[in-house]
Design a protein around this ligand. Sequence first.
Ligand SMILES: NC(=O)c1ccc[n+]([C@@H]2O[C@H](COP(=O)([O-])OP(=O)(O)OC[C@H]3O[C@@H](n4cnc5c(N)ncnc54)[C@H](O)[C@@H]3O)[C@@H](O)[C@H]2O)c1
Length: 334
Amino acid sequence: MKVLVTGGAGYIGSITAAALERCGHIPVVLDSLLTGPEAFVRGRLFYRGDIADRELLARIIADHPDLECTIHMAARIVVPESAAIPYEYYRDNVAKSLELFDQLQRLGKPRVIFSSSASVYAVSENFEVFEDSRTDPQSPYARTKLMMETALADLARAGGLRALILRYFNPIGADPQLRYGAYLRQPSHVLGQLVLAAQKRRDAFEITGTDYPTRDGTGLRDYIHVWDLALAHLAAVERFDAILERVAASSAVINLGTGQGVTVRELVQAVETVLGQPVPVREAPRRKGDVAGAFANVDRAYRLLDWSAQSSLIESVESAFRWADRREEILGYR
Ligand SMILES: NC(=O)c1ccc[n+]([C@@H]2O[C@H](COP(=O)([O-])OP(=O)(O)OC[C@H]3O[C@@H](n4cnc5c(N)ncnc54)[C@H](O)[C@@H]3O)[C@@H](O)[C@H]2O)c1
């Protein structure tokens, strides 16, 4: 199958494209390279441009009339930045996504898989969240995701599109061949910070918040190997129509996580196990906007996608560190 992957030069998009290829599908990448590196689209069918460029989309579909489905991953994704420049986040993640969806509908390409996020959920008492748990996004970024979920469900209800909305938890690691991985020079995610501390590029890893109501007081997340996440997309593409038939609806929301919550202290321990040495750690107060966290209930993913995450936390952390050693070769910077 041919699959349009918007944001396919990005971290998850490039690895999802690799998973599609591994199973004989053909990804067609649309990316503006706003953040994604050119190195991640080499050797692929690639269109450089904006998701809201209707002419470009028409050209892509004229070039590839056999596109079966669109995975819409292109977005701005940095939570603190979204609080600083909300206009750019609403414009790019909401307004431009609407243009893309409308044009896909007009061009007769109704199947959409949308990248949403666990950050749409309200904190739940035991941290486990189901797809119908209460939502309460805490940042402009998370609000753009929930808005697009709502818009997409409405577009699907009106009959033009059909949608699988995938709520990712916290992807870490790289593809098995170490060709794609985290590429930001200044990573804001917790594992990126841990890599910097382990490489002695900062004096210590800062645990921000030790008074959350979790088992050891630190924030809890559901870290999923990005390759497992990519394989979930493969299942979503291959079973798209069957899934919506099964739920008898025009759209469906599915959590993609491991089903296991891991605290920051536990993540530090996993890193120390992988490296065989301690990582310098400093405790600091909570950051504004951070939440205690969540882990996914994954029953629906298992039922509808016949998929579950296979990698252990240690394997995912190992993958991230192997990529950290490799990435200068591919990206030209550490
Ligand atoms: N990484 C995570 O932790 C995480 C968690 C939950 C959900 N998600 C979602 O998954 C998707 C992919 O995330 P990622 O980590 O790979 O991010 P990323 O920033 O690496 O990839 C996004 C890609 O979209 C491109 N892009 C941005 N705006 C564009 C536009 N207007 N037109 C064309 N291309 C554009 C960027 O150049 C980049 O290559 C995003 O939608 C994100 O919200 C990510």
